[in-house]
Design a protein around this ligand. Sequence first.
Ligand code: GSH
Length: 228
Amino acid sequence: MIKFYYSTAPNPMKVALCLEEMGLAYEPIPIDTRKGAQHRPEYLAINPNGKVPSIVDGDVTVFDSNAIVLYLAEKTGKFLPAKKEQRGPMLSWLMFIASGVGPFSGQYVHFKVYAPEKIAYALNRYEFEALRHWNIVDAHLAKSKYMVGDTYTVVDMALWGWARLVPNILGDHAAKLTNVKRLVDEINARPASQKAIALKDRHAFKTEMDDEAKRAMFPGNYRAQAAG
Ligand SMILES: N[C@@H](CCC(=O)N[C@@H](CS)C(=O)NCC(=O)O)C(=O)O
């Protein structure tokens, strides 16, 4: 049975969708990041980056969400592209999501919602870059049914983790991303995504963004105090 270390944030949700789509047996293990569970030594032994998600599959440990979705696709042979020559595009889009879509979307939300000061320079840069990445995805989906050709693959699952939150991330800009919405609506209608979303009911994650949560999530803001 695969151990799945999760929260309901975008990166773990990609993996939840994959596990459900692939019909894999798994044990969901909540990591309450607002309580600092991601920094505990026993979790750092699984994921030295101290973030969710991670999986332990027998004697194999995998962290970083897009590495996990690729691992699961290769393990099961499911939800890979239809043609051999689509492996290159699959890797490109998986890395684009991992290194661009996710980080720029996440940082934009950080500066918009959580930063103690509203810094115009940061807000402008991250709004521009988040939107630029989503426009690239939307233009791609205008020409292609799925992220890689005509087949639903793990790349669509990796995108879904973030894409389902596009209205929260981009606000009014989201309305223009009609092709992203088309794919999200299609995936949301699948039983696997409903099961993935239902994970939120299995554990009462902390919701307050109080001092404990801020210290756990944004430790860089407390460096001076920690050193003193
Ligand atoms: N590159 C990592 C990023 C993981 C990540 O940032 N996870 C967030 C949730 S989406 C998290 O663990 N946040 C808690 C924290 O930053 O302390 C991945 O794709 O898995």
